[in-house]
Write a protein that binds this ligand. Sequence first.
Ligand SMILES: [Zn+2]
Length: 107
Amino acid sequence: MQYADGVSRDEFDQLTDDMKAILLAAEAFSWYHFDKELVITSMIRPDDKGVHGVGRGVDIRSHNYGKEEIARFVAFMNFAFPYGRGKPTALFHNVGKGDHIHLQSPD
Ligand SMILES: [Zn+2]
């Protein structure tokens, strides 16, 4: 697991237990299938009103994966960790700061 600039290891400890489990599974999948280490680009954002504000969201760098790899990655995470309520655990998106894989866990 690597942390991008501005992301600290301490933030990992602030994640919920479910979010930690999801993240560690994502890392295992990435290593096992793609030989690639996860790069965390964002975790805790205190001012965020969404999941990043409460330790239930993690952003992963995506440009080091191919399109097909991203699709498999996202599909596996949603299969292994169903979020429920019609929401995904993993999605690939761009909300203004560039493409990334967003992981989240239900509360
Ligand atoms: Zn996110």
